[in-house]
Design a protein around this ligand. Structure first.
Ligand code: T46
Length: 137
């Protein structure tokens, strides 16, 4: 179990343009309780550097591109998001880092819970000790 997966959304493309619907609990594996965007990230800025205890999220890059590093004990994946028909699902106890944001990057995040600072694990050593218990590795 990695708790990270790429989702492919259905694309309705025709001579009038492109429409991509995303339905809660159908196209993503949870009920959406919160939506936020990340934009205007300056050059060389890295974001994230935390994991969540409960939160499930899907990241969709609506414009531009960004790289997402996801880490669990003994596993690491780098995903480049540059296509609004792709979502990156990140579940509980996955450490994430976001970097190489293009100037025009518009990152949409769909989240399963309201904002709760107590859900964040921001210390990496503590993260590893908790994640080892969670994943049983
Ligand atoms: C995550 C990655 C992908 C709020 O007030 N409400 C919110 O819903 C969020 C997400 C953040 N905030 C506040 C908390 C901080 O004062 O916005 C500020 C910046 O948040 P943060 O430094 O956590 O941003 P990132 O880009 O490092 O992380 C965010 C999410 O917080 C996190 O859940 O997984 O995007």
């Amino acid at each position: 179990m990695f708790n990270v997966a790429e989702l492919k959304f259905k694309t309705n493309k025709d001579k009038y343009g492109c429409l991509i619907p995303i339905e809660s609990r159908k196209d993503i594996p949870f009920q959406i309780e919160r939506v936020y965007t990340i934009t205007n990230v300056p050059d060389d800025v890295k974001r994230g550097f935390h994991a969540h205890r409960k939160l499930h999220q899907v990241l969709v890059c609506l414009n531009g591109n960004v790289k997402i590093r996801t880490i669990i004990p003994n596993k690491e994946l780098i995903t480049e998001l540059n296509d609004s028909s792709i979502g990156l699902y990140i579940g509980p106890f996955v450490w994430r880092e976001m970097y190489d944001f293009s100037k025009d990057c518009v990152l949409l995040v769909l989240a399963s819970e309201f904002f709760d600072e107590n859900d964040y694990i921001r210390n990496k050593d503590f993260y590893y000790s908790e994640a080892i218990k969670y994943f049983g590795v």
